[in-house]
Design a protein around this ligand. Structure first.
Ligand SMILES: [Zn+2]
Length: 195
């Protein structure tokens, strides 16, 4: 996030922050140096990030929906590790990293009709089993009856799908390699038992 510091001689002590578009504006007393402001900026940026995540958009809500849709359309067979709102995905509606069992849903979906959000969750859940957008993938997704309607809606909104993120792109995950959610029979791994 971009940070802009706005100093004012009228301001005595308090440092405040507000988000304007994608910029974090720090309102500070004129006497404070950049260096003195650093701890305040960190604290305020953390607080705003937490607020964005927890108040505006509730990840628990996504988890409940995904759990319910998994039960209804996949017999509770798909295992996901986490499903969260994403504020960085603007054009794509969601992403899935099957090897980690992580799903991200664009925050834009929170302002769309429920059936569109549900379709996207089903779509990303289906990627846990089928990575590409082949026939078998769509036969999974089409269990959700409003799939075509939702796709039309998203197309009109200018949102494209993205492929599941390739494994190599996940260098930031550090210690979490060796995901415990790789249940046999759920994930089709290319290596291993086939000759
Ligand atoms: Zn997809």
């Amino acid at each position: 996030m971009d940070i802009r510091i706005i100093r004012s001689t009228k301001r005595r002590k308090t440092v405040q922050a507000r988000k304007v578009g994608g910029t974090l504006e720090i309102l500070a007393p004129a006497g404070l140096s950049d260096e003195q402001l650093q701890p305040h900026i960190r604290r305020l940026a953390d607080r705003i990030a937490r607020r964005d995540r927890s108040v505006d958009l509730d990840d628990c809500f996504l988890e409940e929906r995904a759990t319910e849709l998994n039960r209804r359309y996949f017999n509770d067979r798909l295992k996901f590790h986490s499903i969260r709102w994403s504020h960085t995905q603007k054009k794509s509606f969601g992403s899935c990293t099957p090897s980690l069992g992580t799903i991200h849903i664009s925050a834009r979906l929170s302002r769309m009709p429920r059936f569109v959000l549900e379709y996207v969750i089903v779509h990303e859940l289906a990627h846990l089993r089928e990575r590409g957008h082949g026939k078998r993938f769509w036969s999974l997704v089409n269990r959700y009856a409003k799939t075509e309607r939702a796709r039309g809606y998203l197309m009109a909104a200018g949102m494209d799908d993205v492929e599941p993120i390739p494994e190599g792109d996940h260098s930031d995950t550090g210690g979490s390699v060796g995901n415990p959610h790789l249940d046999e029979g759920v994930f089709r791994q290319s290596q291993g038992s086939t000759e």
